[in-house]
Design a protein around this ligand. Structure first.
Ligand code: ADP
Ligand code: MG
Length: 567
């Protein structure tokens, strides 16, 4: 792709509706991003499109602006349908449509996500929403109920199609693509192009315009990628040092499990860091509150798992720390894309032990960028940094003055104390609460086995009892319905509002499947899960009391593990 000499157009050069143009002006967008410049003209012409671009490139506006410009606001029926893999993403897209369409009279946007009330969704549809955004499971549900009709669609958008595939939504996606009227525009966005997606593209897209913003030039162009060599027990101290010394405005720290989220949050909080965690445990409104607190600077460090932080868009995030390695290059790209938003610079720091070099190699290959080795600040560096911070505080304090202390200090000087010695003593008092500097070698016993989270990779008596902390449930779909593990994960996670990685082993049998879920899930979540439809059937979930023997799985070595095998 040549992006050199061609001057980038302005939004005004694109044939967008004036009401849409005025909205992006209000939002302060100055020039279209590369993907927007390439996508908008073709979509305004009604062409089909396959867009390949990483996160943070401005995809939402790339499709929302032209599709909003083509709406017939008088026609009160779904005209644009957008499918996104998770609730968070769907909601973000819906909010973006509302923002970009803020000057369009009569525009109604419906959000159809799992785990949320049907009532609001039905009302928005009944009011004649022209734009519908949702997650696959719930969209299918509305189609089955007859509350959503596709016959009036003029455009269908798949956002993050590869992620939908990974979450097991492929059949739902195929069905919607197939049921969309033939003359409607079909627009697919995907970071990668697995064959399954390519097949759908070849079958259903008509002479699609292909737009690829090369990942090599966009991912991380403004993100500095570093690697820190650190092993399990020393990670906490390493993180604390980095947070202290790096010029962090806000940071997001990725861990692998929900349990690790909580543990790390407590540990950092105990060290006085302004920290919160974002995991699938929180219900929707709590998650949104946490994100708002991060945006407003009430929280500076957010501990998160991949699913919970997907698509998170907070411009003040200067640093991403991969405390635990991501499971693959895609997850890595999504993670580091949380910084460097809207053209700012960002830093991504990846913790990897000496035996994790191969994985780091894959990540580097995938992004086409080497990570630079970053040395952890040693004690001397921390002290030097603290001195520097105190130096600034001292200057500020002198400038501000402290007249009310004068009498006391003069008295001390009269008593014969040397002013410099006094000042040293005062500095010592002022710095008494600086945290002790920990050691980078943690004692062994602090290491908990994989953060107490049962691992799908480790062996054990699979045939007898569920793993620690897990309960088995039976769901009423199995091989005979053609169900795949990924589909169950996607449906249970989205409907129940929990993270995919909290779902344990899945055994698919002929007439039913057995799924491990965390102990003590509230019945409200189970009820929501039971409403999910998989392979066209409701799930009907109940506790499983007769565990059966399941085949033992191969234990992978250092290589990338298929997603469902990961803890
Ligand atoms: P993606 O879906 O590719 O990850 P988003 O659509 O979420 O990216 O956009 C990323 C961020 O960039 C958002 O904060 C969005 O408001 C902002 N943005 C998008 N387009 C522009 C633009 N042309 N100028 C400035 N900011 C933009
Ligand atoms: Mg997006």
């Amino acid at each position: 792709m040549t992006s050199t000499s061609v001057a980038s157009p302005s939004f005004g050069d694109l044939a967008l509706l004036p009401a849409v143009l005025s909205a992006i002006e209000t939002l302060g967008y100055e020039t279209p991003s590369p993907i927007q410049a390439q996508t908008i003209p073709a979509l305004l012409e009604g062409r089909d499109m396959l867009g390949q671009a990483q996160t943070g490139t401005g995809k939402t506006a790339a499709f929302a602006l032209p599709l909003l410009s083509r709406l017939d606001l008088e026609r009160r029926a779904p005209q644009v349908l957008v499918m996104a893999p998770t609730r968070e993403l769907a909601q973000q897209v819906a909010v973006s449509f509302s923002k970009y369409g803020q000057n369009l009279k009569g525009l109604e946007v419906a959000t159809l996500c799992g785990g949320m009330e049907y009532r609001d969704q039905l009302q928005a549809l009944r009011r004649g929403a022209q734009v519908v955004v949702g997650t696959p499971g719930r969209i299918i549900d509305h189609l089955d109920r007859g509350s959503l009709k596709l016959d009036g669609l003029s455009a269908l958008v798949l956002d993050e199609a590869d992620e939908m595939l990974r979450m097991g939504f492929i059949d739902d996606v195929k069905r919607v693509v197939a049921d969309t009227p033939t003359d409607a525009q079909r627009v697919f966005f995907s970071a990668t192009l697995p064959t399954e997606i390519e097949r759908i593209v070849n079958r259903y897209l008509v002479e699609p315009v292909k737009v690829a913003i090369e990942s090599r030039t966009t991912t991380g162009e403004n993100i500095e990628q570093r690697r820190v060599r650190v092993e399990g027990g020393a990670k906490l101290e390493a993180l604390a040092r980095i947070i202290e010394v790096e010029p962090v405005d806000a940071a997001i720290v990725f861990v692998r499990t929900r349990a690790a989220c909580t543990t790390l949050m407590e540990q950092l909080s105990a060290r006085g860091v302004n920290v919160a965690s974002l995991s699938g445990d929180l219900d929707q409104s709590l998650r949104e509150r946490t994100i708002t607190r991060l945006k407003r600077g009430k929280v500076d460090v957010l501990i998160a798992t991949d699913v919970a932080a997907r698509g998170l868009d907070v411009p003040r995030i200067t640093h991403v720390v991969n405390y635990d390695l991501p499971q693959d290059a895609e997850a890595y790209t999504h993670r580091i894309g949380r910084t460097g938003r809207a053209g700012r610079d960002g830093v991504a720091i990846t913790f990897a032990g000496n035996r994790e070099g191969r994985k780091v190699g894959w990540l580097e290959q995938a992004t086409g960028q080497k990570m630079s080795e970053m040395a952890l600040p040693d004690e001397a560096a921390i002290r030097a940094h603290r001195d520097q911070v105190f130096h600034q505080r001292a200057i500020a304090a002198v400038t501000k003055g402290a007249e009310e202390q004068r009498a006391l200090v003069e008295q001390l000087v009269e008593e014969g104390y040397d002013p410099i010695e006094l000042a040293c003593a005062f500095a010592g008092l002022a710095r008494a609460d600086e945290a002790p500097i920990g050691r980078l070698q943690a004692p062994r016993k602090e290491r908990t086995p994989r953060d107490g989270k049962p691992s799908r990779r480790e062996g054990g008596p699979r045939d007898r009892a569920p793993r620690e902390g897990m309960t088995r449930y039976r769901v009423s779909v199995g091989h005979k319905d053609g169900v795949k593990p990924g589909q169950l994960v996607g449906a249970l996670a989205n409907e129940g509002g929990i993270e995919g990685n909290r779902i344990g082993r899945i055994d698919i049998r002929n007439a039913f499947s057995v799924v491990e879920l965390p102990n003590g899930l509230p019945s409200s979540i189970l009820a929501k899960m039971a409403r999910a439809r998989v392979a066209g059937r409701p799930l009907e979930i109940s506790e499983d009391r007769a565990p059966e023997r399941a085949p033992r799985r191969r234990r992978d070595d250092d290589g990338p593990v298929p997603r469902r095998e990961r803890a």
